[in-house]
Design a protein around this ligand. Structure first.
Ligand SMILES: NC(=O)c1ccc[n+]([C@@H]2O[C@H](COP(=O)([O-])OP(=O)(O)OC[C@H]3O[C@@H](n4cnc5c(N)ncnc54)[C@H](OP(=O)(O)O)[C@@H]3O)[C@@H](O)[C@H]2O)c1
Length: 264
């Protein structure tokens, strides 16, 4: 993406162009939102790549410029739209939703992928600075809720919308074995509760579904170098799963990447 486009994303309003709408529900392509999509080795960016490959229109959001996404945008400026959205800021999330409404008529698939951890994430309890925890939960739990709330008008315009909250086995209370990562685990457990609550709240919205997914252990950063799942390959597995769950409002709400229910 050019410097101008990045400035446009940052400044919003008049700087955001009205793009032609490429909406082809008949052809099974979708309008997709993916948060936290800026890192080449991470899940969000690779979901963007896979969605573009299958012909979707993608709104990829980042909190700061990403050269990796900029390169994707240069290759496909018609179907990839990059917006700035810091999910820790309600103002930023609302501004991005307003920008998105100028680009697409609806969102068919929302993937709440962005996450953060504290510098003390790997430490044992007595060495952990507890003052970090609220910030991790603000991004990991409240962040997706901010996005769902602000982008709801676009979800409600879809003929069949699915919200996927990317969770983790770390958020399972029933299967908990860890003695550390308390910030991350708390944020994901709270995200799971938020997902179930919204699943109940969406009971009267037949065209809106929501689930939370443990995506598996992926090789997305230095700390995960031993992980068996490669993000680009695995992104397709996850997209196939999301499609299979699109209208399944009665099945399990917390699932692993094979679709099996995961213990809350
Ligand atoms: N990797 C695994 O093995 C694994 C296992 C289970 C679950 N998960 C879950 O899968 C998802 C993706 O994992 P990952 O390993 O690809 O994550 P990651 O590499 O840590 O990437 C997270 C992304 O979130 C963005 N982000 C952080 N704070 C943000 C904010 N306030 N607003 C907007 N974006 C923000 C980051 O942006 P910056 O680039 O600007 O920092 C980054 O691009 C996460 O939800 C994670 O919890 C991963």
């Amino acid at each position: 993406m050019s410097a101008n486009c990045w400035r446009a994303a940052a400044e919003r309003g008049p700087a955001v162009k009205s793009f032609d709408i490429h909406f082809d529900k008949e052809g099974d392509t979708m309008n997709v939102l993916i948060t936290g999509a800026g890192r080449r080795e991470a899940l969000g960016y690779n979901l963007v790549r896979r969605c573009l490959e299958r012909g979707d229109t993608v709104i990829a959001t980042v909190r700061r410029p990403s050269e990796a996404l900029a390169a994707l945008w240069r290759a496909d400026p018609e179907r990839l739209h990059v917006l700035t959205m810091d999910i820790a800021s309600s103002e930023s999330v609302r501004a991005a939703a307003a920008d998105a409404a100028k680009i697409v008529p609806c969102i068919d698939l929302m993937i709440n992928n962005a996450v953060t951890t504290s510098p003390d994430c790997g430490k044992e309890f007595m060495q952990t600075n507890l003052d970090y925890i609220a910030g991790v939960i603000d991004v990991g739990t409240v962040g997706p809720l901010r996005v769902i709330q602000a982008w709801m008008p676009l979800l409600e315009k879809s003929a069949s919308a699915l919200v996927v909250n990317i969770s983790s086995e770390a958020g399972s209370i029933g299967a908990c074995y860890r003695t550390s990562m308390i910030d991350y685990a708390m944020a994901k457990a709270a995200l799971n509760m938020a997902t179930m609550t919204l699943h109940n709240a969406f009971a009267d919205k037949p065209a809106l579904n929501i689930l939370c997914v443990h995506p598996g252990w992926m090789r997305t950063n230095a700390g995960n170098a031993e992980a068996p799942l490669l993000p680009y390959e695995h992104a397709q597995t996850l997209l196939d799963l999301f499609e299979s769950k699109r209208t399944d409002k009665t099945g399990p709400v917390f699932v692993d990447y094979t679709g099996k229910p995961y213990p809350w």
